[in-house]
Design a protein around this ligand. Structure first.
Ligand code: ADP
Length: 498
């Protein structure tokens, strides 16, 4: 048997390795949590050496269990945007990695906006100027790590996102590369032309020589060095985590869409060869690049999904654990009229009101904690409808959601009541991913396809089966009445400043 694919998933809070067989079934796996470093308020760092040690450890364990001879290919997926610089000669990191959540470059982003870079950034990179992306993090490192700019000029430095750093380490320094989905998150990459943008590099004083070569998502990324984890294996796929999750959900045709419900919620819609620009501040990004051909996506986020349930548990003490939210929601009064607007950090798409704050509205003397918990779960469904509505507007009828299906994964999908309510509020089917490790599965699909497994995308789409499917059951009149109530609740929390 040689039909296994090893997926490495280097995430924000953990590093995992897992093998999948030729049918996409998960086998041996290992995971190690990742230390979060908070050097100052709003700053978040990771230790790249710790990440590399963790990758070696989890891969060693899994390869030992599965047998190196059985593994045909390796795929990598990773937390996106997180920025690393390292020594080209030794592979030693030259600073901690600056994590995507880090806000230290907000002043530089404001400067870029004042200088009028907004339109250029959106036209070329598909993104919005924000500290979230790698560009200003790299500029910060070049300006603040003593001697770094001089060493760059001497050709001694490599920059990359986590995938790139791991590729360098895994290949024993033979390869300084990234894939197009990760490049698309740097705010330095021209996603239309598929090249680094000279104008942004110039403005941020980033020398082109430190940038990785950009390769296809599915393709040849060299061999793992025998010293990495004791086996020389071909690396055949690399993708950012959200793009990998979309692949793991087989969202391989234009208009197919997936939502991942974790702490927050990430929605990714395949827009095919259409580099659709959003009027609603969605991001345009590369979903994958194969044989040099780029497939695009629209991406949007909901700040508070599972986090609302954590808040009900930790701040209000209404539930003992997340699972209890389902038990309570089933006891709620369906006519309660209670809405919970989790605008704890302002309202996102399509309203974009940073000053708005949360509220529970529609309370009466008869309201119970079950009603409030149900409203917390239901807010996830309403926010999804808001977001999909905005995406559909951006796509101007080109279609989002093939056959009216939303594919979902993440911790919250364990909640059957919430998933049924999602289908009801959308008036569309909700399909839950076959396995929880969708992101890893996507990385395995990319690498496995390059190694001749899983068939082509049409085959993947045909064989992919959801674990569960929720059909809308609510009467359209009730759906629209509830959604109208949500829109009223939203109107009540707006700050008047957006
Ligand atoms: P992340 O990757 O962001 O840490 P996960 O995919 O592990 O997130 O999902 C965890 C989130 O899912 C938590 O915010 C938790 O509140 C929520 N969650 C987990 N189980 C349930 C449940 N049964 N009902 C509602 N929410 C849940």
């Amino acid at each position: 048997m040689t039909g296994l694919v090893l997926a490495i998933d280097q995430g924000t809070t953990s590093t995992r390795a897992i093998v999948f067989d030729e049918a996409g079934r998960p086998g041996a796996s290992a995971a190690i949590p990742l230390r979060q470093i908070f050097p100052a308020p709003g700053w978040v760092e990771h230790d790249p050496e710790e990440i590399w040690r963790a990758v070696r450890e989890v891969c060693s364990a899994v390869v030992r269990e599965a047998g190196a001879a059985n593994i045909a290919a390796v795929g990598i997926t990773n937390q996106r945007e997180t920025t690393v610089v390292w020594d080209r000669a030794t592979g030693a990191p030259l600073h901690n990695a600056i994590v995507w959540q880090d806000r230290r470059t907000a002043p530089l982003c404001e400067e870029l906006k004042r200088e009028g870079w907004g339109t250029h950034v959106t036209d070329v990179t598909g993104l919005l100027i924000d500290p979230y992306f790698s560009a200003t993090k790299l500029a910060w490192l070049l300006g603040n790590v003593p001697g770094l700019a001089e060493r760059c000029a001497r050709g001694e430095v490599c920059f990359g996102t986590i995938d790139s750093f791991l590729l360098f380490k895994l290949t024993g320094g033979a390869l300084h590369a990234t894939d197009a989905t990760n490049a698309a998150r740097t705010m330095l990459f021209d996603i239309g032309k598929g090249v680094w943008d000279p104008q942004l590099l110039g403005r941020l004083q980033i020398p082109a020589g430190i940038l990785p070569e950009v390769r296809d998502t599915r393709g040849d990324f060299g061999m793992t060095h025998a010293e990495a984890f004791g086996a020389a294996l071909p690396i055949r796929g690399v993708a950012g985590d959200q793009q990998a999750a979309a692949k793991g959900q087989a969202c391989v045709r234009p208009s197919m869409i997936k939502a991942t419900y974790g702490t927050g919620c990430f929605v990714v819609a395949n827009t095919g060869d259409n580099k659709a620009q959003s009027a609603n501040r969605m991001l345009t990004t590369i979903l994958s690049q194969e044989d040099g051909v780029r497939t695009f996506a629209l991406e949007g986020a909901i700040f508070m999904a599972g986090a609302t349930i954590q808040w009900l548990r930790d701040n209000l003490g209404l539930i003992a654990d997340a699972a209890e939210s389902e038990t309570l929601a089933k006891q709620a009064n369906p006519e309660s009229g209670v809405y919970l607007v989790p605008a704890f950090q302002g309202l996102g798409a399509p309203v974009w009101d940073a000053e708005a704050r949360g509220a529970i509205v529609g309370l009466s003397r008869a309201s119970t904690k079950a009603d409030v918990v149900a409203a917390g779960l239901e807010s996830m469904a309403f926010q999804t409808r808001d977001l999909l509505g905005a995406m559909r507007e951006d796509m101007a009828g080109a279609g989002i959601g093939e056959n009216d299906v939303l594919r979902v994964d993440g911790g919250m999908t364990a909640n059957g009541w919430a998933m049924q309510r999602l289908a009801d509020i959308l008036g569309e089917c909700v399909e839950v991913a076959p396995i929880p490790e969708t992101t890893s599965l996507g990385a395995a699909y990319f690498a496995g396809q390059a190694a001749g497994f899983y068939g082509d995308d049409a085959e993947l789409a045909r064989t992919w089966k959801p674990a569960r499917r929720y059909e809308p059951r609510m009467a359209p009149s009730e759906r629209e009445a509830r959604y109208a109530g949500w829109l009223e609740a939203i109107a009540r929390v707006r700050s008047g400043k957006a």
